[in-house]
Design a protein around this ligand. Structure first.
Ligand code: HEC
Length: 220
């Protein structure tokens, strides 16, 4: 036998040994898939409920204020401690608000979003945030409305994660302050800043032009 023959022979033996270790037992073992029926359990389902009191990894929600917007059952009046009020938070809130809320509530939060203007027919129209009642509402209310829905408005919880709900709630507060404000109380240099669009102040790209910002086309 030449050297090449020996090498070939060795390769065949090695392959035979390693393939002998391959079984499909794990693949074909008796098992049940999610949502499958099963006569093993009395209720006829394959799925089992978690043992009461079990918490999935990463699912511990001890921080009541952060996860529910309430503390001891009362709506929180301030942002929960782990949410830091910053320019970045407001910028994120603005961006998320414009993705998830403006089509109903309008860019200014006045309830005149595009689909509200064009035939959204719910029992009640989208709320304006610029009412005395909502101005006086603790910030936890806005978080709760997004989390659980309110009246005819459905919950936004599956689309907007907790962190972003707080960012949006903070931005709604900013919108409210900007709408119920006596500009004559400002110092002259502060008045100058009023002409700078919010997008620019928050360092966001693509500032909205006036008029366009309300989502209302001037004519059809
Ligand atoms: C499909 C349209 C729609 C979308 C999207 C929507 N809302 Fe609403 N929202 C409504 C309607 C309609 C109401 C009035 C509900 C009622 O009074 O029954 C409302 C009411 C509210 C209220 C007022 C609750 C009160 O106390 O009166 C708040 C705050 C609010 N929405 C926040 C939001 C935020 C924040 C988002 C985005 C994350 C959002 N909504 C997305 C339709 C919408």
């Amino acid at each position: 036998m030449t050297k090449t023959d020996w090498t070939r022979c060795f390769a065949i033996v090695a392959a035979a040994i390693s393939l002998a270790g391959c079984h499909n037992d794990m693949w074909t073992q008796p098992k049940l898939r999610a949502q499958q029926e099963s006569d093993f359990f009395a209720d006829g389902q394959a799925d089992r409920m978690p043992v009461p009191g079990t918490i999935a990894r990463g699912g511990l929600k001890e921080d009541e204020a952060y996860f529910t917007g309430r503390r001891n059952g009362k709506l929180v009046a301030d942002l929960p401690s782990r949410v830091v009020l910053s320019k970045e938070l407001l910028a994120r809130g603005k961006e998320r608000f414009e993705v998830f809320c403006t089509h109903c509530h309008g860019y200014a939060g006045d309830g005149k979003g595009m689909i509200a203007q064009r035939g959204l027919s719910l029992r009640r129209p989208p709320a304006s945030y610029h009412t005395q009642r909502l101005r006086e509402m603790p910030i936890g209310h806005f978080f709760e409305v997004m989390s659980r829905g309110f009246g005819v408005m459905f919950s936004q919880a599956t689309r907007v994660p907790v962190e972003d709900r707080w960012a949006i709630a903070a931005y709604i507060r900013a919108l409210q302050l900007s709408h119920d404000f006596d500009a004559s109380s400002l110092a002259p240099d502060e008045t100058q800043k009023l002409n700078v669009p919010a997008d620019e102040q928050l360092g966001l790209p693509g500032a909205h032009k006036k008029g366009e910002a309300e989502g209302a086309p001037s004519k059809e």
